[in-house]
Write a protein that binds this ligand. Structure first.
Ligand code: DGI
Ligand code: FE
Ligand code: FE
Length: 202
Protein backbone atom coordinates (compact mmCIF):
# COMPACT_ATOMS: atom_id res chain seq x y z
CA UNK A 1 0.00 0.00 0.00
CA UNK A 2 1.33 3.39 -1.01
CA UNK A 3 1.24 6.16 1.58
CA UNK A 4 0.47 9.50 -0.07
CA UNK A 5 1.10 11.98 2.69
CA UNK A 6 -0.55 15.39 2.70
CA UNK A 7 2.23 17.90 3.34
CA UNK A 8 1.41 20.45 6.06
CA UNK A 9 4.80 21.59 7.36
CA UNK A 10 5.78 23.99 4.56
CA UNK A 11 9.17 22.32 4.16
CA UNK A 12 8.53 22.33 0.40
CA UNK A 13 6.41 25.10 -1.10
CA UNK A 14 3.87 22.83 -2.76
CA UNK A 15 2.04 19.54 -2.51
CA UNK A 16 3.58 16.08 -2.65
CA UNK A 17 2.23 15.85 -6.22
CA UNK A 18 4.05 19.10 -7.07
CA UNK A 19 7.28 17.68 -5.63
CA UNK A 20 6.84 14.43 -7.58
CA UNK A 21 6.38 16.47 -10.77
CA UNK A 22 9.61 18.40 -10.14
CA UNK A 23 11.54 15.18 -9.47
CA UNK A 24 10.12 13.36 -12.49
CA UNK A 25 11.54 16.14 -14.70
CA UNK A 26 15.03 15.26 -13.40
CA UNK A 27 14.98 11.48 -13.46
CA UNK A 28 14.45 8.67 -15.94
CA UNK A 29 11.45 6.44 -15.13
CA UNK A 30 13.54 3.69 -13.50
CA UNK A 31 15.24 6.09 -11.10
CA UNK A 32 11.95 7.91 -10.47
CA UNK A 33 10.39 4.60 -9.37
CA UNK A 34 13.41 3.90 -7.13
CA UNK A 35 13.01 7.18 -5.24
CA UNK A 36 9.31 6.46 -4.67
CA UNK A 37 10.21 3.05 -3.21
CA UNK A 38 12.82 4.70 -1.00
CA UNK A 39 10.17 7.19 0.14
CA UNK A 40 7.80 4.39 1.15
CA UNK A 41 10.58 2.46 2.92
CA UNK A 42 11.67 5.65 4.71
CA UNK A 43 8.09 6.33 5.87
CA UNK A 44 7.91 2.78 7.27
CA UNK A 45 11.20 3.21 9.16
CA UNK A 46 10.09 6.67 10.34
CA UNK A 47 6.91 5.17 11.86
CA UNK A 48 8.98 2.57 13.70
CA UNK A 49 11.43 5.16 15.03
CA UNK A 50 9.10 8.06 15.83
CA UNK A 51 10.58 10.28 13.13
CA UNK A 52 8.60 12.98 11.25
CA UNK A 53 6.82 11.26 8.34
CA UNK A 54 6.73 14.34 6.11
CA UNK A 55 10.50 14.74 6.42
CA UNK A 56 10.97 11.03 5.66
CA UNK A 57 8.77 11.37 2.58
CA UNK A 58 10.54 14.46 1.23
CA UNK A 59 14.04 13.17 2.00
CA UNK A 60 13.28 9.81 0.37
CA UNK A 61 11.87 11.45 -2.75
CA UNK A 62 14.71 13.95 -3.21
CA UNK A 63 17.70 11.82 -2.16
CA UNK A 64 18.74 11.03 -5.79
CA UNK A 65 17.41 14.32 -7.28
CA UNK A 66 20.79 15.11 -8.85
CA UNK A 67 21.79 11.56 -9.85
CA UNK A 68 21.33 12.18 -13.59
CA UNK A 69 22.94 15.61 -13.85
CA UNK A 70 26.01 16.05 -16.04
CA UNK A 71 29.40 16.25 -14.31
CA UNK A 72 29.72 19.91 -15.40
CA UNK A 73 26.74 20.89 -13.21
CA UNK A 74 28.41 19.37 -10.14
CA UNK A 75 31.79 20.95 -10.90
CA UNK A 76 30.11 24.35 -11.31
CA UNK A 77 28.21 23.90 -8.03
CA UNK A 78 31.35 22.84 -6.10
CA UNK A 79 32.93 26.13 -7.17
CA UNK A 80 29.83 28.34 -6.86
CA UNK A 81 28.93 27.13 -3.36
CA UNK A 82 32.58 26.91 -2.18
CA UNK A 83 32.37 23.22 -1.31
CA UNK A 84 35.52 21.26 -0.35
CA UNK A 85 37.71 21.18 -3.51
CA UNK A 86 38.68 17.58 -2.58
CA UNK A 87 35.28 16.72 -4.04
CA UNK A 88 36.71 17.43 -7.50
CA UNK A 89 38.78 14.22 -7.15
CA UNK A 90 35.59 12.12 -7.01
CA UNK A 91 32.64 11.64 -9.34
CA UNK A 92 28.89 11.23 -9.62
CA UNK A 93 28.76 8.47 -6.96
CA UNK A 94 29.84 10.98 -4.31
CA UNK A 95 28.62 14.22 -5.93
CA UNK A 96 24.95 13.33 -6.37
CA UNK A 97 24.46 13.35 -2.58
CA UNK A 98 26.98 15.87 -1.24
CA UNK A 99 26.64 18.38 -4.07
CA UNK A 100 23.09 17.32 -4.94
CA UNK A 101 21.93 18.70 -1.57
CA UNK A 102 22.99 22.20 -2.69
CA UNK A 103 21.04 21.83 -5.95
CA UNK A 104 17.98 20.70 -3.96
CA UNK A 105 18.31 23.74 -1.70
CA UNK A 106 18.64 26.26 -4.51
CA UNK A 107 16.35 24.69 -7.11
CA UNK A 108 13.59 23.18 -4.97
CA UNK A 109 13.77 25.69 -2.10
CA UNK A 110 14.11 22.97 0.56
CA UNK A 111 16.16 24.42 3.41
CA UNK A 112 15.53 21.86 6.16
CA UNK A 113 19.06 20.94 7.25
CA UNK A 114 18.08 17.49 8.53
CA UNK A 115 16.69 16.63 5.08
CA UNK A 116 19.70 18.17 3.33
CA UNK A 117 22.08 16.20 5.57
CA UNK A 118 20.13 13.02 4.84
CA UNK A 119 20.78 13.64 1.14
CA UNK A 120 24.43 14.63 1.71
CA UNK A 121 25.13 11.46 3.68
CA UNK A 122 22.93 8.91 1.92
CA UNK A 123 25.76 7.27 -0.06
CA UNK A 124 28.73 7.33 2.35
CA UNK A 125 27.11 7.71 5.75
CA UNK A 126 28.73 10.02 8.29
CA UNK A 127 30.23 9.91 11.78
CA UNK A 128 27.09 11.50 13.20
CA UNK A 129 23.75 10.74 11.56
CA UNK A 130 20.40 11.91 12.95
CA UNK A 131 17.56 9.37 13.04
CA UNK A 132 16.26 10.81 9.72
CA UNK A 133 19.71 10.49 8.14
CA UNK A 134 19.98 6.87 9.32
CA UNK A 135 16.53 6.16 7.88
CA UNK A 136 17.33 7.52 4.41
CA UNK A 137 20.74 5.77 4.39
CA UNK A 138 19.00 2.46 5.20
CA UNK A 139 15.87 2.94 3.05
CA UNK A 140 18.08 3.43 -0.02
CA UNK A 141 19.94 0.20 0.83
CA UNK A 142 16.92 -2.03 1.52
CA UNK A 143 14.11 -0.71 -0.73
CA UNK A 144 12.07 -3.64 -2.08
CA UNK A 145 13.88 -3.97 -5.44
CA UNK A 146 17.37 -4.18 -3.90
CA UNK A 147 18.81 -7.65 -4.35
CA UNK A 148 22.25 -8.57 -3.03
CA UNK A 149 23.59 -11.16 -0.59
CA UNK A 150 22.68 -9.96 2.89
CA UNK A 151 19.80 -7.68 1.92
CA UNK A 152 17.26 -9.70 3.90
CA UNK A 153 19.44 -9.53 7.01
CA UNK A 154 19.78 -5.76 6.44
CA UNK A 155 15.97 -5.41 6.13
CA UNK A 156 15.40 -7.35 9.34
CA UNK A 157 18.01 -5.35 11.24
CA UNK A 158 16.71 -2.00 9.94
CA UNK A 159 13.27 -2.82 11.33
CA UNK A 160 14.51 -3.92 14.74
CA UNK A 161 17.70 -1.92 15.40
CA UNK A 162 18.25 1.05 13.10
CA UNK A 163 21.72 2.00 14.41
CA UNK A 164 22.95 -1.58 14.16
CA UNK A 165 21.69 -1.73 10.57
CA UNK A 166 23.71 1.41 9.78
CA UNK A 167 26.79 -0.43 11.07
CA UNK A 168 25.88 -3.41 8.86
CA UNK A 169 25.68 -1.26 5.73
CA UNK A 170 28.89 0.68 6.57
CA UNK A 171 30.82 -2.57 6.99
CA UNK A 172 29.43 -4.35 3.94
CA UNK A 173 29.76 -1.36 1.61
CA UNK A 174 33.39 -0.78 2.61
CA UNK A 175 34.05 -4.50 2.13
CA UNK A 176 32.48 -4.29 -1.35
CA UNK A 177 34.55 -1.23 -2.33
CA UNK A 178 37.81 -2.83 -1.17
CA UNK A 179 37.07 -6.19 -2.81
CA UNK A 180 36.35 -4.44 -6.11
CA UNK A 181 39.31 -2.07 -6.04
CA UNK A 182 37.10 1.04 -5.96
CA UNK A 183 38.29 4.38 -4.60
CA UNK A 184 37.08 4.89 -1.02
CA UNK A 185 35.90 8.40 -0.13
CA UNK A 186 37.60 9.23 3.21
CA UNK A 187 34.22 9.91 4.85
CA UNK A 188 33.20 6.30 4.13
CA UNK A 189 36.12 5.18 6.31
CA UNK A 190 35.13 7.67 9.01
CA UNK A 191 31.63 6.16 8.92
CA UNK A 192 33.06 2.67 9.30
CA UNK A 193 35.17 3.70 12.31
CA UNK A 194 32.32 5.55 14.00
CA UNK A 195 29.68 2.83 13.63
CA UNK A 196 31.14 -0.64 13.15
CA UNK A 197 33.31 -1.29 16.24
CA UNK A 198 30.20 -0.80 18.42
CA UNK A 199 28.70 -3.81 16.67
CA UNK A 200 31.67 -6.07 15.95
CA UNK A 201 29.50 -9.00 14.82
CA UNK A 202 27.38 -7.28 12.14
O1 DGI B 1 22.23 6.31 -5.83
P1 DGI B 1 21.90 4.86 -5.52
O2 DGI B 1 22.42 3.93 -6.57
O3 DGI B 1 20.46 4.64 -5.24
O4 DGI B 1 22.64 4.47 -4.14
P2 DGI B 1 23.89 5.19 -3.44
O5 DGI B 1 23.80 6.66 -3.55
O6 DGI B 1 23.96 4.62 -2.05
O7 DGI B 1 25.11 4.71 -4.28
C1 DGI B 1 25.51 3.40 -4.10
C2 DGI B 1 26.85 3.20 -4.73
O8 DGI B 1 27.80 4.12 -4.19
C3 DGI B 1 27.33 1.81 -4.43
O9 DGI B 1 27.64 1.19 -5.67
C4 DGI B 1 28.55 2.00 -3.60
C5 DGI B 1 28.97 3.40 -3.95
N1 DGI B 1 29.76 4.01 -2.88
C6 DGI B 1 29.45 4.16 -1.57
N2 DGI B 1 30.49 4.68 -0.89
C7 DGI B 1 31.47 4.90 -1.81
C8 DGI B 1 31.00 4.49 -3.08
N3 DGI B 1 31.73 4.55 -4.21
C9 DGI B 1 32.99 5.03 -4.09
N4 DGI B 1 33.75 5.09 -5.18
N5 DGI B 1 33.52 5.41 -2.90
C10 DGI B 1 32.82 5.38 -1.73
O10 DGI B 1 33.34 5.74 -0.67
FE1 FE C 1 22.07 7.78 -4.35
FE1 FE D 1 19.08 5.93 -4.21
Amino acid sequence: MVTELTYTENIFAGTRADLLARISQQLKPKRFKHVQRVEQTAIDLAKRNDVDLEKASIAGLVHDYAKQRPDADFIAAIKQYHLDPILLDYGNAIWHGVVGAELIKHELGIYDEDILNAVRHHTTGAIYMSPLEQIVYMADYIEPQRDFPGVDEARQLAKTDLAKSVAFQAKHTLQYLVENGKPVYPKSIDTYNAWVPQYPNV
